[in-house]
Design a protein around this ligand. Structure first.
Ligand code: 5AD
Ligand code: SF4
Length: 473
């Protein structure tokens, strides 16, 4: 048998790219590829790129410059290194990539990476291969399932793509162009994936998609299922104790999703619901098709159904034409909602999007200053949210051993990292702390260290506890 070839993937951007990188590993595993942590000994390097914000493509070109040196180094010791560019920059730039960086062997868009083995072979024969079409077939039908040992090595929390692409066309956003039209996977395929993950130790599933709550995949009854209905079905899969989903659009929050939050214990009370701005004229110019008041009403519906629910969001400052009054409306919305955390970005024009042609650019210094003010407000809300956990007993799903001996690390319902030393009185004879990985246990929170909660177990774990993440269990 040929010795394994080594694969190094560098992934930028969103959760979808993290997931895609894993699936590329799964596609290439049957071809004899194993992952390596460094570029230097790799036979294949894949840059899994992101195009959403500023300078993303410039970063890719400078990384390709560095890779050219690594490839020359490998060649001087008689080893051939192939270089592939995947993800949204590959989709957006296509041939431009090989024109500017001839070192690249393969360019593959996010809808085509199931063809990687053929593209690599074609590049071997002809020197180069490109695929940035949106193929008619569904790539999910062609992706091999990850091996059980691979699932176990990836840990107890996994992403599952349920939907891809977006039909919303927010005027600043490149996603509808790079990821294409919205497509939902059928319910049965998702249930199969989740069952397989659960059978191999996964306890928490995050359903992902660019606009995940627009999900409308075909159910076993032949009808389109909503995300809420899908979540209810997945909550019944044995072994799955936590469910999450990301990223949602406020206009696609329907009653079934709200009811899922009311009824499903496994569905975490933490929702990422981007609003982008608190100003109605800016929301209109962004083509968000909702006002700030509409957004507040959506938040109120969630809160009425699940009072302990918390939210995070995305914001853009300095969208073309944004005045001080518009920006103050954003601050006011943040103050009214009260977030557990949020991401905020300076607007950056994406070529080909409608906003890129808008004239009234906000000066860079103004953008900087607004970003600073918004981030201060969000940070203070996040600190207050984290501080409120002190003295409380909260459920933590343990994920892995900590860096310090005897420590284990998990996350709360709100994704706050929690660090605990279980100590001998909580562990049976011969039980290592990481035997608690995969379990949800109550933790009494004593203090905070930056964004992490520190505390103690508040109850004994069941004595039959054994490692879920280990292989061969
Ligand atoms: N400029 C700045 N931020 C952007 N985002 C998307 N496109 C842009 C852009 N052109 C942000 C939005 C989105 C998040 C994923 O990235 O806030 O929700
Ligand atoms: Fe982009 Fe999200 Fe708007 Fe879709 S809903 S266009 S992914 S910002």
């Amino acid at each position: 048998m040929a010795p394994p070839r080594k694969l190094h993937i560098k992934s930028y951007g969103c959760q979808m790219n993290v997931y895609d990188a894993q699936r590329m590993v799964d596609v290439l595993a049957p071809e004899g590829f194993v992952e390596t942590a460094t570029v230097d000994d790799a036979d294949l390097v894949i840059l899994n790129t992101c195009h959403i914000r500023e300078k993303a493509s410039e970063k890719v070109y400078s990384e390709l410059g560095r890779l050219r040196l690594a490839r020359d180094e490998a060649a001087s010791s008689g080893r051939r290194m192939q270089i592939a560019v995947a993800g949204c920059v590959a989709q957006a730039e296509g041939e431009e990539i090989v024109r500017r960086a001839p070192v690249v062997d393969v360019v593959v868009g996010p809808q085509s990476y199931h063809h990687l083995p053929q593209l690599l072979a074609r590049a071997e024969e002809t020197g180069r291969a490109l695929e940035t079409e949106f193929p008619v077939e569904d790539k999910f039908g062609f992706l091999p399932q990850p091996r059980p040992e691979t699932i176990r090595a990836r840990g107890i929390s996994a992403f599952v793509t349920v939907q891809e692409g977006c039909d919303k066309f927010c005027t600043f956003c490149v996603v509808p162009y790079t990821r294409g039209a919205e497509v939902s996977r059928p319910v049965s395929a998702i249930i199969d994936d989740v069952k397989r993950l659960a059978d191999n130790g996964v306890r928490e599933i995050t359903l992902i998609g660019q606009n995940v709550n627009a999900y409308h995949g075909e159910g076993p009854d032949g009808r389109a299922w909503t995300l809420g209905r899908l979540l209810s079905r997945l909550a019944a899969v044995p072994g799955i104790v936590r469910l999450r989903y990301s990223t949602s659009h406020p206009n696609d929050v329907d009653d079934e999703l709200i009811e899922a939050h009311r009824d499903l214990d496994a569905l975490m009370p933490f929702v990422h619901l981007p609003v982008q701005s608190g100003s109605d004229p800016i929301l209109a110019a962004m083509n968000r098709k909702h006002t700030a008041a509409d957004y507040r009403r959506v938040i109120d519906r969630f809160r009425a159904a699940r009072p302990q629910i918390a939210f995070s969001s995305d914001f853009i400052v300095g969208f073309p034409g944004e005045t001080e009054a518009d920006f103050v409306a954003t601050l006011a919305l943040v103050t009214q909602i009260g977030y557990a955390g949020a991401y905020s970005f300076k607007y950056s024009p994406r070529p080909g999007t409608p906003a890129a042609d808008m004239q009234e650019m906000v000066p860079a210094a103004v953008m900087d200053e607004r970003l600073e003010r918004l981030q201060q407000l969000i940070d203070s809300q996040q600190s207050a949210f984290n501080k409120a956990a002190i003295g409380q007993t909260v459920d933590v799903l343990f994920e892995r051993a900590g860096r310090k001996p005897g420590q284990i690390v998990g996350r709360t319902a709100y994704l706050q990292p929690a660090h605990v030393f279980p100590g001998p009185m909580f562990l049976g004879p011969g039980m290592a702390p990481d035997s608690l990985v995969g379990q949800i246990l109550p933790v009494r929170v004593d203090s905070l260290e930056r964004y992490s909660l520190l505390g103690e177990l508040a109850a004994k774990p069941p004595q039959h506890a054994r490692p879920l993440a280990a292989t061969g269990a």
